[in-house]
Design a protein around this ligand. Structure first.
Ligand code: HEC
Length: 143
């Protein structure tokens, strides 16, 4: 019974975006728990990956291609907690998408600063909704 409680608590931490969710499973039973990612969580993972690739291209001064429409899904993807999609979420997601788009319009001199602006708009929203992943998002910043 005690183990079950721990498992359930672990699941709640994970879903509520707590930093502890990135901890390694503490025992075999926990490893077996199947987590279900929300559409938004999956999109966020994809946005992380895409922007890690984009960062490499900017740092290596390679061509960066075009803005991907998949980022627009932030306006519709289903959240773990649908109540998180409030007015402030809409404002932050709009600012984020604009900053992401602007990277592809920036001059070579401005592209790094514009990329960092985009990363800061990820962080700005996360401060209001989901602070767990912030240390990971900060690693995207180009120094
Ligand atoms: C408008 C607000 C907002 C913006 C902008 C935003 N996020 Fe998120 N992010 C969230 C919310 C809310 C969740 C929780 C999603 C859920 O559980 O359904 C989340 C979840 C995540 C997660 C955890 C996903 C998981 O594994 O559970 C990561 C990583 C993440 N975001 C990275 C980013 C990155 C990188 C950016 C910018 C490229 C970004 N976010 C922009 C609100 C935002």
């Amino acid at each position: 019974m005690r183990k079950l409680t721990i498992l359930i608590l672990g699941g709640i931490f994970f879903l509520s975006c707590d930093a502890t969710k990135k901890e390694a499973p503490r025992n075999k039973e926990e490893e077996l728990v199947m987590y279900e990612f929300s559409e938004m969580a999956l999109l966020m993972e994809e946005m992380c990956k895409t922007n890690e690739d984009l960062k490499k291209k900017i740092v290596n001064k390679e061509g960066i291609g075009e803005f991907s429409d998949k980022f627009l899904n932030i306006h519709s993807a289903v959240l773990t907690n649908p109540k998180d999609r409030d007015t402030s979420f809409e404002i932050f997601s709009k600012a984020f998408v604009e900053n992401q788009q602007a990277i592809f319009l920036a001059s070579p001199d401005e592209v790094k600063d514009q990329f960092n602006l985009m990363v800061n708009s990820c962080i700005a929203c996360h401060k209001t909704t989901c602070s767990g992943p912030i240390p990971r998002i900060k690693k995207l910043l180009i120094k």
